[in-house]
Each structure stands twice: as structure tokens, then as C-alpha cells.
Ligand binder design. Structure first.
Ligand SMILES: *[C@@H]1O[C@H](CO)[C@@H](O)[C@H](O)[C@H]1NC(C)=O
Ligand SMILES: *[C@@H]1O[C@H](CO)[C@@H](O)[C@H](O)[C@H]1NC(C)=O
Ligand SMILES: *[C@@H]1O[C@H](CO)[C@@H](O)[C@H](O)[C@H]1NC(C)=O
Length: 975
């Protein structure tokens, strides 16, 4: 017998999941590797007992403590308050790395203030941290609400320990950042720094109340004047997709909002995992320093400047440089012209003393491209940018011109405003970057300067130069200078052409200091990763040690940059971005197309000819896998709804209800084919970003839809096998424990049912969240199905003389099951009475319901987990507000209860259903699962509950309350 289609699809989807899992592992290790030094500290925590229940009843559940570095900090609060809010399942102790760093930067040794701070008004920091007992706040709105309420009181308490008008700086890790943002607007909060916080898309989308908090936060993010900085770990963060960490960019007015990726953070240049974000040394010392300096700043705008100075990613110009636009300082500057060298490019190693170099600005540049002056400095500074502890070497850049009219021998020079001025890493050639468990040193990095040279509009100007003034050289460091044009546009390769062959690019200028490559037809999206492969000449030319080994700078988004050195053996260079991404609304400033990167090198063509760009499938699959788990669950509910819809359709045509395995087989043979095609076509439609795949109809990503659908369908098949495997032993056990299945036929039962139902509802109303009741419903139904399956098998073996199994189907008329119909069914048909038929129908209905209820479980499971967790840490007394709406489970309770004692037909078709069958509810459920579910998974359960409610009202109706209760007369013909 050939393996059935369902078997093939089921195994295929398991294989796909495994493949996705492997790809995710690959992504986390290779896409944006982590290089972080561990941090060390001597922590102690002073519990704030005075912040007790007279402040807030939540003090019973949570606690607040003050961090003290043992031997360094005095035992009471004394400086500027900072509050640390941990995230989902986080701990107050996560504050220690940053807090310890702040203390050890402020003091050089216990009670000796560091010289940087001794002459200023900067005060040491008092780090308070809340302990939420590892609450699972990401899954549950009310838990998040309690945290918000507690923090709000905690801030009042903390500020009561300080002089009036003190404000507090808040740091939030992960969901703690959501708590922090939701406290706005507040005059007490000076600044918010969030770390790995999913600001725009909740990581778990199973609770509508979380969405509500996010909507309120969105308003605060858009307009509240409090400065907010969001630190994101990039692809290394497997807990939250980093695109949701990017603050929305359409904020109004001059509110300070910055998103800093650690891969771009100057001095860190590494991907940082979710939990590592609080202890990664390269990040924590900068966060601590920024916090120290923010404490001394007195207005939102100066606080913003401080954050920009200490947590720089180079996407904005440094404060001092941008403020030089004052017209008064624009007067021609006299630069000393002793020691002048002229040339067309510049490379000085170990400069000594001071010297000025003049570089001829090349003429004949087409007006379409901007000419840039590029200067790179190693070890020194181009003020105000420098490594943390630079050598005295200073470099400044001027634009000079001479006109024949003026008789001056010396050209007139003006400082040339930078268009980019930042620190870039300078990795050791041949070594892994970033160095695992070590990362970049505090004082590493080279300064890169770029200035746009304005087009020549003055006819009198004869000649122009760039003057590079090098001062205070002490023999350390180096300076390189030259020109670059933004015109390496490579239009030919498109994302589709990369499917078939890689794009090859040859370097035009092997000596270029900076080369900009732009592929305008290649998609830029979180769902696709490209691989950059350097092509080497056949005979490797020998190169002297370059000052700056070739470095790729990939800026994919206005606040996201990655650096990749390309002479590391055995490491793939994976160009990726986090925005645009599925389900994340983006502003118009984010390009959907065009791959852009710049290569800096002091000897580019040294031993490379050029490079290849191709799609990296392993990393790409890993990206899909981490973006679509919710979609997969929601689509699986959609698939189950479609299966039920078709099965009920068969039933509605006055045929027997098919068994689940038959429904699944019909689905896999007929329905799936059409659905696959439809899923692809819908994926091409430009739907809003919240719906379906969230790709806005991008053709290239359309194949994800059929792939997901196949996997979801396969998972449904697999889940059915698991359920079938469960039912058999449970049925056996059940009959073993309770003897033969019993039926309760007395009308009197009904009254006790009503009483017990009332009791259950009261229980839900008072103590148990409805999610627990739903789990109960599912268990009861599993037992019902198990016992009825057992009963049917007993019945069968009793009624078949030869013990041959009877297929559980009665076939009348034509239906979709034609192909599945074994020919011998007709023969057995005669042996089965009508009573048996409706019993088989009931059983099949029950099994279909069981499948649906099973797939609804993942939607309520997160809150269940939160409840169990909260029960363990805070006890039953904890209010679980908002989860006591028994209407959420009432339809399931009634249906499940009815199915467990009903002796007649489970569902009765009403006459008016000839016009519109209630089964269309299931079609609506399927639509919700496919379109709305991925972004708002909670909506799927809401629709399911309404659908089941309607089915109960229409098809069970009064029979449940005993009105038309009829115990079956075994001889009566049903139907
Ligand atoms: C809370 O602490 C304050 C100060 O220590 C104390 O006066 C008050 O009685 C405490 N309240 C309770 C309910 O313990
Ligand atoms: C606090 O600020 C208010 C208004 O901003 C001011 O009137 C008051 O004097 C300040 N109090 C202290 C102690 O600085
Ligand atoms: C179980 O089977 C027995 C006969 O074997 C039958 O009388 C009884 O009604 C069945 N119970 C259910 C719940 O189908």
C-alpha cells in the first residue's frame, strides 16, 4: 500500500520544522556574532522595607531594593536615583553589571572621586531595582498592568527619599522597557533607556490587553518630551526580533528618540543576545557612563545630547560638529602653511609634529554624483570624535581654493563640514571579528571623516584643494586621505536574478580609500540575507600589512549599521537588515529596495579582485523561522477550520459525518491544492502590513505562504496522529477504571448539570481564570472522545460476526469522499442500524471538535503558564483581573458537557439553515486564522468562541436545558 498523502505531508512538515530549527541555530551563530567581555562586580542589595503595603498592596507581591557595590558605595541613597525594571522572567539582580560599572567609573578607588567627575556637579548613581519574581509579563496584560502600577508607586517612594524636584532615570530591560514607556507622561522621569525592548510589536500576541498597552505607549513614543533611547542587540537576540526594538521614527516635534544597534554602537560593534544586553561589558560601561552624565544634565535637550555622546552609533553628527554651523565662525581660517605637501592622495604612517597636506580636488566630476573628501585616522582624533583614550594626534580638514584674481600666495581655507564623522572598528586582519568572549577594546577604532565637496559654482576659482592638517603627531597612529564618488551603482542584478546566479562585481579602483556600492534592484528586508564572497586573484599578490584592512560598512536602515571585515578565513559575510520586516509598519524613510554598502580600506585591491553577492539560504530560512511561529499556529487553526467546514458540508448534504482521518485525507487531496494556489495569489496582493504574511504583497516572499500552509497542514495531521494515539490508551484506562461506558438517561441529571455549571461559572468568576476552565473543557472532551471511541469499537466487534472492522462511514448519495470509499462499505451498510449511524456521526463530530479545541489550546496556553507561575510565586490571593469573564468559555463548556451526556444526535440541523448553514461560522474562523491571526492571535480565539457559541445556540439549542430533551428510543429511526 502506498503511503498516504497525509503521512507524506505530515513527515514533510516535521522535516521542515527541523530544517527551520537548524537554520535558526545557524542564524544565531553566524549572522551577527557576539563578542562581549564578561563583567565583574561585588554586589549587595538593600531591601527597601519601608516601601510596604501602606504604599501599595502590590508590595506583598513584588519588592524593591537598592544596589550597593560592596566596599565602594555608602549604605544609603546619596546621589541621583536610577530605577532598573527587569523584563519577562527577569530578576532585579540583572541591575548589577551596569550599577557596578557606574560606581567604579565614578570612584577611582573607594571614596576617591575620579578626576573626570571631581570638578563637576555630577553625582554618583543610586540604582534601585524591582523584583518581579520572574513574572511572565510578556504574555499577560494584567500582569504588565500590576507591574506598571507598582513601578508608578515605587517612583513616588524613591523620590520621597530625595530633595524636591529630583527626577529619576529609568532603565528597562526587554518588557521592562514597555513598563517604563507606559509610565509616560510623567514629570518625575528624566530619561528612559531601554535595552532589547520590543517597542512596536509584542513578542507574544495572544492577549488583547497587551495590544492596548502598546497602543497607549505608541502615543507616548510619538509625542512625549522625555528622551528615550532604545538599545537593540540585532540578529543575535533570539528572544525578540530586533525590528520590533526600533523606535517609530515619525515622532513629532523635537522629541529625542534614538535607536542604537549594538552592532553600530561605537566601541562595541557586536551583536548582543537578549540576556547578555545587561552584562556585556562594552555596552554596560557606556550605559552607566551615559546615566552618570544624564544625572547632571538639566533639560531634555541636554540629556539627549549626553545620550548621543555616550551611546553613539555614528548615524548623527557629533554634537560639537553639528553646532559649528554658526555663521560667525565661518570666516576664513588661517591655517599655518609651514610644512605643506601636495598630492592627490595621502597616506602617512606615524606622523611627527605638525604638517598640512594639500590634496587636489579632481575636476570633471559629473554633477549627478557627489564628490566626497575622505579622511581616515588611526589612533588619533578628528575632534570631537576619537577612540576612548586617543594618542595626541589631531587631524582637521579644510576646503581651500585659490583664484587667479587674488594675488595671495596662500589659498583661502574654510573648515569643511563633515557629512559623516564617526568611529569604525579596525579589526586585526585574519582574526575573527568580533573576538568571541572578548570583543573590541575600549580604546579601539579608527576615525572616519567624510565631507561633501560642493560643486564648483564660482568661475573665478581656479584650483581647489582639501587641506588635511595633522597636529601633535608623536610617531603613533596614521592618517589616510583621498576622494570618493557615490556612483558605483550596479543596476543589473535583481533579487530574482540572484536566485539563479550570483552577481559578480570587480573593483574599479584598487587603491580607493572608500568605495560605495549600491544595488538598487535588490530587496532590503528582514526576511532575506545576502552573502558577500570576496573573489581573490589566482596568484595572491603579497601585501604589506595594511593600516586598515578592508572593512564593509552596511547601513541598511537610518539607525542600523553592521561592520564586516573580509579577510577572516572560514566566516561567511552575511548582509542583513531588520527593517522593513513582517507586521512592522515602517516610515517612508526606510528603503524597501536597494542594498547599499561602503568598503573602507587603505589598500583595497591588495589581494581581492572584487566580490560576489548571492542569497544565503540557510540564514534566510532562519530569518523566516524566527518571524513566523505565531503565523504558523494561527494558520493551523485556519486549516482545522477549513477541514471542519468541509466535513460539515458533507454532513449538511444529508450524508454521514466523515471521520477525521477521512476529512483530513479529503483535505490533503482536494482542498489543500486550491488553498496552496490561493495562498500564493493572496500573498501577491498589496495587503496592509498587519495582515496575512505581513509582506505587503512582495512577490519574492509570496512562496512563504504555500510553504507555511503546507507546514501548518502537516502539523495538523501530526497533531491528529498524536490525539488518536492518546485516545486509545485513555479509552482503555477509562473503561478499566469505570467499567463499561455508562449513559445517563434520566431527565433528573439535567438539573444537577445546571447546578454544577453554575458552580463552575462562579468559580471562574471568582478564582480561576477562564483559560484554566478551557483546559478543563479540553480534558473533558478528550475523555468523552476516548470513551465513545472505546464504546464504538466494542459495539463494532460485537456486531461484526467475523470481527472484521466496519469502516466508520455510511455513504449516501454522492459526496467528496468518493475516492476514499472502500467498495465493501455497502456490504456492511445493511448490518448497521440507524441508531448506530447517528452514534458514529456523533463520535465523528466529537473528534472534529477535539481537533479544533486542541489547536485553540496554544492560544490560551501562555496565560495558563502565567497563572501557574503566579500561583507558585504569589499565591492564589493574587488578583488575576480581567480573566474571569466566563462568557469566554461558556460555549465550550456547554458543548463539551452536552457531548458528554447527550444520547441523541449531537447536532440537529435547523430548517432555516437551508438558506445559510451555521457551518459558515467555520469559514469565518478560517479567514480570521489566515488573515488576522498572525498579528492578533487573540482574535482567533474570540472568533472561535463566537462560532462555537452560534453552533451551540443553533444546533444544540433548547435540548441542552432539557426542554426538548429526549432520551433515545433505541428503535426510533433518527433522521
Ligand atoms: C510601612 O512602613 C512604615 C515606615 O517604616 C511604617 O510606619 C508603617 O507602619 C508600615 N506599614 C505597614 C502596613 O507595615
Ligand atoms: C521645584 O520646582 C518648582 C517649579 O519648577 C519651583 O517653584 C520650586 O522652587 C522648586 N523647588 C526646589 C526645592 O528647588
Ligand atoms: C456504549 O455501548 C453500549 C452497548 O455496547 C450502548 O448501550 C451505550 O449506549 C453506548 N454508550 C455511548 C455513550 O455511546
Amino acid at each position: 500500500m502506498p503511503p498516504s498523502l497525509t503521512l507524506i505531508l505530515g513527515s514533510l512538515s516535521l522535516a521542515t520544522l527541523w530544517l527551520f530549527y537548524l537554520a535558526t541555530l545557524d542564524t544565531s551563530e553566524n549572522l551577527s556574532p557576539q563578542g562581549c567581555r564578561m563583567s565583574w562586580m561585588s554586589p549587595s542589595y538593600i531591601l527597601q522595607n519601608d516601601f510596604n503595603t501602606s504604599w501599595t498592596p502590590l508590595a506583598r507581591r513584588y519588592s524593591l531594593s537598592l544596589y550597593r557595590e560592596v566596599g565602594w558605595d555608602p549604605n544609603q541613597a546619596q546621589g541621583t536615583p536610577v530605577l532598573f525594571i527587569p523584563g519577562n522572567a527577569g530578576s532585579s539582580h540583572q541591575v548589577r553589571s551596569i550599577a557596578s560599572s557606574a560606581t567604579r567609573q565614578f570612584y577611582t578607588s573607594p571614596s576617591v572621586v575620579a578626576p573626570d567627575f571631581s570638578e563637576r556637579t555630577v553625582k554618583p548613581l543610586d540604582f534601585f531595582a524591582v523584583e518581579f519574581n520572574e513574572d511572565l509579563s510578556a504574555f499577560h496584560g494584567p500582569t504588565l498592568d500590576s507591574q506598571i502600577a507598582y513601578i508608578s508607586r515605587a517612583i513616588t517612594y524613591i523620590l520621597s527619599l530625595y530633595p524636591a524636584n529630583t527626577s529619576i532615570l529609568i532603565m528597562g530591560h526587554s518588557m521592562g522597557g514597555i513598563v517604563a514607556t507606559s509610565l509616560l507622561p510623567s514629570p518625575d522621569i528624566s530619561t528612559i533607556i531601554t535595552m532589547s525592548t520590543p517597542h512596536v510589536l509584542p513578542p507574544a500576541r495572544f492577549d488583547s490587553r497587551i495590544d492596548k498597552i502598546y497602543r497607549q505607549n505608541r502615543q507616548a513614543l510619538d509625542s512625549d518630551p522625555t528622551p528615550i533611547l532604545s538599545l537593540c542587540g540585532g540578529a543575535t537576540d533570539m528572544m525578540i526580533p530586533s525590528e520590533s526594538c526600533i523606535l517609530p521614527m515619525d515622532s513629532q516635534g523635537d522629541v529625542f528618540r534614538r535607536t542604537v544597534f549594538t552592532s553600530a554602537l561605537e566601541g562595541a560593534w557586536t551583536g548582543v543576545g537578549h540576556r547578555e544586553m545587561v552584562w556585556c561589558h562594552q555596552v554596560r560601561w557606556r550605559v552607566a557612563r551615559a546615566a552618570l552624565e544624564v544625572g547632571a544634565a538639566d533639560s531634555p535637550s541636554t540629556r539627549g545630547d549626553v545620550l548621543d555622546t555616550w551611546l553613539r552609533d555614528g548615524h548623527t553628527l557629533p554634537n560639537a560638529a553639528s553646532k559649528k554651523t554658526n555663521p560667525e565662525t565661518n570666516a576664513p581660517e588661517k591655517i599655518p602653511f609651514e610644512n605643506v605637501d601636495e598630492g592627490s592622495n595621502l597616506l602617512v604612517y606615524g606622523p611627527r609634529g605638525s604638517r598640512t597636506y594639500l590634496l587636489h580636488v579632481p575636476s570633471g566630476v559629473p554633477s549627478s554624483s557627489t564628490l566626497k573628501a575622505v579622511v581616515l585616522v588611526g589612533l588619533g582624533s578628528i575632534p570631537p570624535v576619537s577612540p576612548q583614550e586617543p594618542a595626541p594626534l589631531r587631524v582637521s580638514v579644510y576646503l581651500c581654493s585659490s583664484s587667479p584674481a587674488s594675488q595671495e600666495a596662500v589659498p583661502r581655507c574654510n573648515p569643511l563640514e563633515p557629512s559623516l564623522l564617526k568611529l569604525i572598528p579596525n579589526p586585526v586582519p585574519g582574526e575573527v571579528f568580533p573576538v568571541p568572549d572578548e570583543g573590541s577594546g575600549e580604546s579601539e577604532g579608527s576615525v572616519v571623516y567624510e565631507g561633501d565637496i560642493p560643486p564648483l559654482d564660482d568661475e573665478h576659482v581656479e584650483k581647489r584643494w582639501i587641506a588635511v592638517r595633522v597636529e601633535n603627531g608623536d610617531g603613533r597612529g596614521w592618517v589616510a586621505g583621498g576622494f570618493s564618488r557615490d556612483d558605483e551603482v550596479i543596476a543589473a542584478p535583481s533579487t530574482f536574478s540572484l536566485l539563479f546566479r550570483r552577481a559578480n562585481v570587480v573593483f574599479r579602483d584598487a587603491k580607493a580609500l572608500r568605495t560605495h556600492f549600491m544595488f538598487p534592484n535588490i530587496l532590503s528586508n528582514a526576511l532575506i540575507v545576502y552573502r558577500y564572497t570576496p573573489t581573490r586573484p589566482i596568484e595572491e599578490s603579497w601585501c604589506s600589512d595594511p593600516l586598515l584592512a578592508p572593512l564593509i560598512m552596511h547601513t541598511s536602515h537610518p539607525s542600523e549599521t553592521h561592520y564586516y571585515p573580509f579577510n577572516i578565513p572560514n566566516r561567511r559575510i552575511l548582509l542583513h537588515t531588520h527593517s522593513p520586516a513582517p507586521y512592522i509598519p515602517v516610515g517612508s524613510s526606510v528603503p524597501h529596495r536597494s542594498l547599499n554598502f561602503v568598503i573602507y580600506a587603505t589598500s583595497l585591491g591588495c589581494n581581492m579582485l572584487g566580490f560576489d553577492i548571492s542569497i544565503d539560504w540557510s540564514a534566510t530560512l532562519g530569518r523566516w523561522a524566527s518571524r513566523y511561529p505565531t503565523t504558523l499556529v494561527s494558520w493551523a487553526v485556519g486549516v482545522v477550520a477549513v477541514v471542519l467546514f468541509t466535513a460539515w458540508g458533507v454532513c449538511d448534504r444529508d450524508s454521514a459525518m466523515p471521520a477525521v482521518h477521512q476529512s483530513l485525507s479529503t483535505y490533503s487531496r482536494y482542498t489543500l491544492r486550491k488553498l496552496l494556489l490561493a495562498s500564493f495569489v493572496i500573498a501577491i496582493l498589496p495587503l496592509p502590513v498587519d495582515y496575512y504574511l505581513g509582506t505587503r504583497g512582495e512577490l519574492f516572499f509570496a512562496p512563504i505562504a504555500p510553504l507555511l500552509l503546507l507546514t501548518a497542514s502537516g502539523l495538523v495531521f501530526v497533531s491528529w496522529w498524536v490525539l488518536s494515539a492518546l485516545i486509545w490508551p485513555i479509552g482503555l484506562l477509562w473503561s478499566f477504571v469505570f467499567g463499561r461506558p455508562r449513559r445517563r438517561e434520566e431527565i433528573g441529571v439535567r438539573r444537577s448539570t445546571i447546578v454544577s455549571m453554575g458552580l463552575i461559572f462562579a468559580l471562574i468568576f471568582l478564582f480561576v481564570p477562564w483559560q484554566v476552565a478551557y483546559l478543563g473543557c479540553w480534558l473533558i472532551h478528550l475523555l468523552t472522545c476516548a470513551s465513545s471511541a472505546r464504546n464504538l469499537s466494542l459495539l463494532k466487534s460485537a456486531s461484526t460476526p467475523g470481527g472484521a472492522p466496519i469502516p466508520l462511514i455510511r455513504v449516501t448519495g454522492t459526496d467528496d469522499m468518493e475516492e476514499d470509499k472502500p467498495s465493501e462499505i455497502q456490504n456492511h451498510e445493511s448490518q448497521r442500524g440507524p441508531v448506530q449511524n447517528y452514534r458514529i456521526d456523533n463520535h465523528n463530530h466529537n473528534m472534529h471538535l477535539l481537533l479544533l479545541m486542541t489547536w485553540l489550546l496554544p492560544l490560551v496556553a501562555p496565560v495558563l503558564a502565567v497563572w501557574v507561575r503566579t500561583l507558585a510565586t504569589a499565591g492564589l490571593t493574587t488578583p488575576f483581573d480581567g480573566d474571569h469573564d466566563f462568557l469566554n468559555v461558556a460555549p465550550f463548556l456547554v458543548l463539551v458537557d452536552f457531548a458528554s451526556w447527550n444520547t441523541g444526535m449531537l447536532f440537529e440541523r435547523q430548517r432555516f439553515e437551508r438558506a445559510l448553514s451555521v457551518r459558515w461560522c467555520l469559514a469565518v474562523l478560517a479567514g480570521t486564522g489566515f488573515f488576522f491571526g498572525p498579528r492578533r492571535a487573540y482574535g482567533v480565539f474570540d472568533v472561535a468562541k463566537i462560532a462555537v457559541g452560534l453552533i451551540v445556540i443553533i444546533r444544540v439549542g433548547r435540548r441542552y436545558w432539557g426542554g426538548a430533551a429526549w432520551s433515545v428510543d433505541e428503535n426510533k429511526t433518527v433522521r
